[in-house]
Design a protein around this ligand. Structure first.
Ligand SMILES: [Zn+2]
Length: 605
């Protein structure tokens, strides 16, 4: 390691034709040099590590070369080229605007620009990270940029083009550098490996190229890092270990488990991944990429979008053959949803596991829904009254039954007017419930029924919705839940018990609201509770799950429904202030007035 030079520097391209992946730029520059139409100000834009500074240097060298070759490359033998290659040329000057962004720095540069080069024809000034210059520095620079001396060429480089002010942009010839393709980076790394007598597996180099995300310099650094880690032989295994990259094999394994509907296997592989110290979110993102890769592998046309080594490409082709298009698309939807929800989830592991279970169920659900489609088609006629929109003739009890199966347009037929409500409920409730068991993930059938006792009390539109939900719950619960009758008295006892419980837990407001009035048992299962204020309604609605659960459990009746009735008339009698309360009491008992006068009492506000 006596004379170690990092690969990015050692193998930095020294001629236009060795620049990796920026052919559109090098060709334009070469042509401009050849025809003598070279601009004096350039703006090189693009991500880091893609060759902006390298191109600027090659341009400086080539333009000063006294003995350019036919295809406009520097000769590397003339005096100018030699001094460039030794890094001793005075015709190139680099300013890093990230650390030298003041007006003074720019003034120094502008002062230098005046002097013509001693050797060669042009002086090239590279200003890196030019977007970091202060506004004043920009302004100090504008004049020079507009009318530079003949021998001066400015190359401004930036990773953030949008931060460059328009006055600068309009004075420069702009070149947009590409992110370098993974294939190109891998080839370049292979070239370096060969020159350094290092054996490297192609897949390993592809992984490095992927990790570098389009930046050749980064790829070279990673390459050096791996070499120092594993010596003169770079293997796929060493690379994924060193870069902490999840092995492709895991994704193939999980996908195999998904295809085989083997939930346990999928969960075990995920567990192994977590045990190896990988993050669940990375895994989800990786699975997404994997499915995407499988998708593009299915078509010969899109196969070129697959940026992996050849061995892995074969694996992809093989697995893609086993996956149906709908499996992959549904899988991608599931993974994408998990990806979005992951951050906000409290139980992130479960989130991923749930996704895996869904992935394992795609095929069976797909098959089920196909079967169901056929079934519904076949049975549409005999079951007319069960799979239709039923519009009851009684205006108070309008009923709707929609049975929604996935990707099946609900069969809608006008049924004869029905008057007997209970019969309908009975006849429709069975088949959808059965469906639910066979296909757990399928959208549940939406059953909207309103029993007369509920709808009679509902005047407001919003209330109707809640009632619909209630009856939906009711429908699902009718099967085997206990429904023991109870009395108004036992209801009040349990009601107060709950109120006192939550009071003890510090929720005095809600408790007071619950205790302020009596619940009324309307029929066997409907409890009516009158409220006079929106806030109370909201807090009861918020707590409804707990509250209703408590009532149902304590009263051993799981059909209990709670209806909130809003009254506006009673609002006026609310005694908020002390004066109100005093007046109210005085009305009831005039002696209080006397008492106050005798003792000359004030009302405390
Ligand atoms: Zn030369």
């Amino acid at each position: 390691m006596d004379n170690f030079i990092v690969s990015a520097r050692k193998y930095r391209p020294a001629a236009f034709n060795t620049v990796v992946g920026q052919g559109h730029i090098t060709n334009t520059l070469k042509n401009a040099i050849k025809t003598g139409h070279l601009a004096q100000a350039f703006l090189f834009c693009g991500p880091r590590g893609v060759g902006k500074t390298t191109c600027a240097r090659i341009l400086a060298k080539t333009i000063n070369c006294t003995n350019r070759s036919e295809n406009t490359e520097a000769c590397d033998t003339c005096e100018s080229c030699k001094s460039f290659n030794e890094g001793a040329s005075l015709n190139i000057s680099e300013l890093d605007a990230a650390s030298n962004n003041s007006v003074d720095d720019i003034r120094n540069l502008v002062d230098q620009v005046r002097y013509a080069p001693q050797l060669g024809t042009h002086k090239v000034y590279i200003i890196d990270e030019v977007h970091m210059l202060s506004i004043q520095a920009f302004n100090a620079f504008l004049k020079t940029l507009e009318e530079p001396p003949k021998h001066a060429i400015f190359i401004l480089a930036t990773t953030e083009k949008h931060k460059i002010i328009p006055t600068i942009l309009s004075r420069c010839q702009i070149f947009d550098f590409n992110r370098i393709q993974i294939e190109d980076i891998a080839n370049h790394l292979a070239f370096i490996a060969k020159s350094e007598n290092i054996t490297a597996e192609t897949d390993a180099l592809h992984i490095i190229a992927q990790k570098a995300d389009g930046a050749l310099r980064d790829a070279c650094s990673i390459f050096d890092q791996i070499v120092s880690f594993s010596g003169n032989s770079i293997t796929y295994k060493a690379v994924i270990e060193n870069l902490n990259i999840l092995d492709y094999d895991y994704y193939f394994k999980v996908t195999d488990a998904n295809l085989g509907e083997n939930i346990s296997n999928a969960l075990l592989v995920f567990n192994e991944i977590l045990n190896n110290g990988f993050d669940g979110h990375n895994f989800v993102a990786g699975m997404g990429s994997h499915f995407r890769n499988l998708l593009v592998s299915k078509d010969h046309e899109t196969l070129q979008l697959l940026e992996v080594g050849n061995n892995i490409k074969e694996k992809y082709k093989e697995q893609a053959g086993k996956c149906s298009l709908s499996f992959l698309i549904r899988g991608l939807t599931i993974l994408n949803k998990t990806d979005i929800q992951y951050k906000s989830s409290k139980n992130q592991r479960l989130q991923v596991e749930l996704a895996l279970m869904q992935l394992c169920s795609i095929n069976s659900i797909g098959a089920d829904s196909e079967k169901k489609k056929d079934l519904i088609k076949a049975e549409a006629k005999p079951l007319k009254s069960e799979t239709v929109n039923i519009t009851a003739s009684n205006p108070n009890n309008s009923q709707q039954v929609n049975i929604a199966a996935p990707s099946v347009n609900a069969v809608k037929t006008e049924a004869p007017p029905v008057t007997d409500v209970t019969n309908i409920t009975a006849s429709i409730s069975t088949p959808p419930v059965k469906e639910e068991h066979t296909a757990p993930v399928i959208k549940k059938p939406v059953i909207k029924t309103a029993s007369p006792s509920i709808s009679q009390h509902l005047n407001v539109e919003k209330k109707k919705e809640t009632a619909d939900e209630n009856s939906k719950e009711q429908n699902q619960n009718t099967s085997n839940q206990p429904s023991q009758p109870f009395t108004q008295q036992s209801l009040e006892e349990i009601w107060d018990k709950y109120a006192n419980d939550i009071k003890a837990k510090g929720r005095a407001n809600l408790a007071t609201a619950l205790l302020s009035r009596r619940p009324v048992l309307k029929n066997e299962t409907i409890i009516e509770f009158t409220i006079n204020n929106k806030a109370i309604e909201e807090s009861i609605e918020e707590d409804k799950m707990n509250f209703l659960g408590f009532l149902r459990k304590e009263l051993n009746n799981f059909l209990i429904q709670l209806q909130l009735i809003m009254t506006s008339a009673e609002e006026k009698t609310n005694l908020y202030t002390a004066t109100d309360r005093y007046k109210h009491l005085a009305e009831k008992n005039p002696a209080i007035n006397k008492l106050r006068q005798i003792f000359d009492l004030d009302i405390e506000f």
